[in-house]
Write a new protein. Structure first.
Length: 740
């Protein structure tokens, strides 16, 4: 059997794994090429957004430049206004990066058609970067010189916070103001925007941006002399000026802290990756980090499970304690990390248990029936659960060993992917940034503290990104027709000049047998390593689960647990609590009451009487009566304004008072009721799955020597769950006599 195992061990080619580069461009940051833009729209009674103002702002040679465009000046033609806006940017601000805050989620829907028209007027090609049907970046490239004339980016992808929070976090001079975005002068008897009179009623403001106290102050300030155009102009100017000031501080702060130029990056994770490389390249005898080939990445994807969010007890009456783990993921990054080129292995349960084997295992485990809080997670029916009983999953070896220490058993192994390990991969990066954060806190420097926190928390997920399988371009109708005939189209957007944005799958392996293996063993298109991300999330689960298990030992009840937090009925021992130390717990709130209905659906009341509502998908307020209704297992009806993004008409619609039915259903654990029918507890779901088989038994033959390498290829392809390639290849070669 040893020879057969060795053959399988050597099966996965050590090709297609591309070493991470540690080269980083260290050119000086240039804040003079920053331009900030913003668009404001009217909302009609039907919910349609109509662009009425657009502006850009920059600061050059000591001069503030701010241009604001009002559609009253363009005969109420938003398209004419936007084309003029883009033409002026191309003329007046060449070779710059233009940042909209939430470009991909909002502004692009209104402005992209005008940009396409302006690009045609200036003899430019438009080069889009689209990911998951979201436009990340647009470059305007001169057709003759091939020079980039203008680049449009989304600052929200760099700084994923509201502008109001950003201006406060970076302590800039210009703070975001208030405006009644739902007030439409054209529906109040006017044929233009020149409304002057009483400030609009509070219902026209967004409650999450303007509270009742702030509205009362505005009403007292303006009385009956509020001007729509004047206030919109002032509001828009403050928005672009404030964002410019934030970006300037952010760019300079990143360069000062990490010697990295942000202007070449589109997202905060990419900035964090460059920053990590700056520290990693100075480590002596450092291990090599590889971007894994597609096949290995697909096999490991099931081990990248994320955080456990569970309700254990639904009702807290009396004193409770809400704890957060300080920098949970950065703390987890200080552990041993998978490095080097992975090896696909067949190993027995005994070999795993009796060695220091390090990597990921597809295996079947048995969890003890008496566990109140199981610790190994699997995906089941689209949700992440921690069951008891017998079940199969793909787990990081160190999380498996942690489970074994709590009474779990491994009964069979399908395959393993082994790595070398090193605990220096992120140590210098995290330690340095944590020092920067602590020093910034002492100095009261909120901007630097924000930067250090973003860099610490944005890196690990960058390694776990899925590969980009699509290509995008904006092209003339004839080229669009040719591409549509030859490739699967994921997304198509048509523009008023006949041009089209296409996002399509240029995968030859769909219809070219010779390219199947090449595609599978090609490296990812960008630097990614899901093994690193999966190990970090596993270490994070170990940390939070260790605390839960300690609570059980001490007789402390756990009511609710989120990614990096938990709610208990007693204080935790002091050795676990430190508001500053990374990896320790911080007491966020002392509670007097709590309802925990489902993941991300709860209400807590602090000892000071403050009520905090959390509801993913709703975001509004709940009364205690609402929570009691949900707790009783009944539904609650709420109303919210829902956005609909419409690429066909290049706009966004609001659906007013969209009815939302919130349910008290909870299906990640089993509800437990008392004798009077009240929900008082939960218990784990119990599974009884068949044990997994070694990979060579999935398609049994007399011996391993009967398998050809290509047949083994086929077996491995079919182990890759939820992959587009698996589905295509499996369908094409369902008759094994047709194997390539």
């Amino acid at each position: 059997m040893k020879g057969e195992l060795a053959r399988i061990t050597n099966f996965m080619p050590k090709t297609g794994h591309r070493k991470f580069s540690t080269k980083v461009s260290n050119e000086e940051v240039n804040v003079n090429n920053i331009v900030v833009a913003d668009l404001e729209a009217l909302v009609t009674s039907k919910g349609e957004n109509v662009p009425i103002f657009v502006a850009y702002y920059t600061y050059r040679n000591g001069n503030e430049i701010c241009e604001i465009y009002n559609y009253d000046d363009y005969d109420h033609d938003p398209q004419a206004m936007l084309v003029k806006f883009w033409c002026d940017l191309i003329t007046n601000c060449p070779n710059t990066n233009v940042y909209f805050h939430n470009w991909a989620g909002y502004d692009a829907f209104h402005t992209l058609d005008g940009l396409v028209l302006a690009a045609q007027m200036y003899n430019c090609n438009i080069v889009p970067f689209v990911k998951n049907s979201k436009i990340i970046e647009i470059k305007l490239v001169n057709k003759d010189t091939k020079m980039v004339i203008l680049t449009v980016k989304d600052s929200f992808l760099l700084l994923p916070m509201s502008l109001a929070k950003l201006t406060k976090s970076f302590e800039v001079e210009t703070i975001k103001g208030h405006f009644p975005h739902y007030f439409n002068p054209l529906e109040h008897g006017l044929d233009n925007l020149n409304y002057i009179g009483p400030i609009p009623e509070y219902k026209y403001f967004e409650a999450q941006r303007t509270n009742q106290v702030e509205y009362a102050e505005l009403k007292a300030k303006y009385q009956d002399n509020w001007s729509f155009v004047q206030e919109m102009t002032s509001y828009l100017r403050d928005d672009v000026r404030g964002l410019y000031q934030v970006l300037e501080k952010f760019f300079l702060g990143i360069h000062e802290t990490m010697d990295v130029n942000v202007s070449n990056s589109n997202t905060m994770p990419s900035v964090a990756l460059k920053s990590w490389k700056e520290t990693y390249k100075h480590i002596d005898k450092k291990p090599d980090i590889y971007s894994l080939n597609k096949q290995t990445s697909l096999l490991l994807r099931d081990s990248y499970l994320g955080a456990i969010v569970d309700v254990y007890k639904p009702r807290l009456k009396g004193v409770g304690y809400y704890y957060d783990v300080n920098s949970l993921y950065p703390h987890s990054m200080l552990n041993y990390i998978p490095v080097g080129i992975p090896t696909f292995e067949m190993l027995s349960v005994h070999e795993f248990l009796s060695t220091n084997w390090f990597g990921f295992l597809k295996c079947t485990v048995i969890a003890p029936d008496n566990l109140e809080i199981p610790i190994l997670a699997i995906r089941l029916d689209g949700k992440l659960i921690c069951p008891t009983g017998q079940f199969t999953g793909c787990w990081f070896s160190e999380e498996l060993r942690f489970a074994l220490s709590q009474g779990y058993q491994v009964i069979s192994i399908s395959y393993g992917i082994q790595f070398s390990k090193d605990n220096r991969v992120f140590n210098k990066y995290i330690s340095y940034l944590n020092e920067v954060k602590e020093q910034a806190s002492l100095e009261g420097n909120l901007g630097k503290r924000t930067i250090s926190k973003l860099l610490m928390n944005s890196l690990y997920g960058r390694f776990g990104l899925k590969d980009i399988e699509t290509t995008s371009l904006i092209c003339a109708p004839s080229e669009a027709e040719l591409i549509s005939r030859n490739f699967p189209i994921k997304k198509s957007i048509q523009f008023s000049n006949g041009y089209e944005l296409l996002e399509y799958y240029p995968l030859d392996c769909y219809h070219n047998e010779a390219n199947i293996a090449k595609y599978i063993y090609d490296p990812m298109t960008a630097e990614r390593n899901v093994a690193i991300a999966a190990s970090i999330t596993a270490y994070s689960r170990i940390t939070i689960n260790t605390i839960k298990l300690e609570c059980q030992k001490l007789g402390i009840e756990v009511y609710y647990s989120d990614t990096d937090s938990l709610v208990t009925n007693k204080e935790l021992p002091k050795q676990y609590v430190d508001s500053k130390e990374i990896g320790k717990l911080k007491l966020e709130h002392v509670l007097s009451d709590g309802y925990f209905i489902a993941p991300k659906l709860y209400q807590i009341t602090t000892s000071e009487g403050k009520v905090k509502n959390v509801s993913r998908g709703y975001g509004g307020e709940f009364t205690q009566a609402d929570m009691e209704t949900l707790y009783q297992g009944q539904s609650v009806e709420k109303f919210k304004t829902k956005w609909h993004r419409d690429w066909e008409n290049h706009t966004i619609y609001f659906e007013w008072d969209k009815k939302l039915r919130l349910s008290g259903e909870y299906n990640k654990r089993v509800k437990v009721y008392d004798e009077e029918g009240r929900w008082v507890n939960t218990k784990p779901i119990k599974l009884n799955e068949e044990p997994c088989k070694p990979v060579y038994e999935i398609y049994p033959k007399r011996s391993l020597s009967d398998y050809t390498p290509k047949e083994l290829n086929y077996i491995l392809e079919n182990l890759s769950l939820n992959s587009r390639i698996k589905k295509k290849v499996a369908k094409k070669y369902q008759n094994r006599s047709n194997l390539p």
